[in-house]
Design a protein around this ligand. Sequence first.
Ligand code: SF4
Ligand code: SF4
Length: 248
Amino acid sequence: MLKQSQIDLCGRVDFTREVPLLGRDEAFSFACAGCGDCCRGREDIVLSGFDLWRIAVRLRLPMRTVARAFCKASIGQVSRLPVLRLAPVREEGNNCPFLTEDHCAIHEAEPLVCALYPLAQEITREGEVGYFLQPTRCGGQVFEAKVGDYLARYDVPAREATDVRWAQTCLALEDRVEVLEALFEPVFLRRMQQKLWQALYYQYEITQPFLPQLEKNLVWLEEELEKLSALQRRRNARFDETIEKIER
Ligand code: SF4
Ligand code: SF4
């Protein structure tokens, strides 16, 4: 399980990798007793926009409705970007909201984090994808698998291009938002965050493929951020003029 400080990067998990990456032809082994604890008490199931879109398609609900019903939204302390996590249900022993009788109710739309476990994914700024074995405290029957086969069982390779685009988008937005946070007053900061939520998580149709909508949203987001920056600059200029008049 991950530490709170590792959950930050907009639908990604900020692992500090201490083990080598595995080749796709390489075999790994892990032990599992089938206890289901990896679906209980978890605060670290972070969803990308694509994860949320897949769940929304599975449930045939708008993405915002799924987020409100099953997730916890926050702003990353380091990334300053939206972070959406599955919210455990306290009344049901802190289980994942999709855990029903020891089964995942959205199995075919499982978030990437769940589909990969016990592997984890690393994506560089250059878009290189690597996988490594997370440290677990699990015991039980020992399984062995080739990385490529393990990933293929939940179609992870088929979604890789979208996950890469998402990761690179988040990394670029992190830099953009850092600059804008230094410029914006609280009212514009709030508006910027609303636009980020829309572009990354909510402004999507579940009847349309995710990736083209993300691309369209990123163009829209850039225009909106430019408008906010222009408004803030105009306000700053008016403020400077007023101060000048007072000082004359
Ligand atoms: S991976 Fe670990 S926590 Fe999950 S079911 Fe297996 S033993 Fe339990
Ligand atoms: S989404 Fe499914 S696999 Fe993932 S934690 Fe919830 S119940 Fe478990």
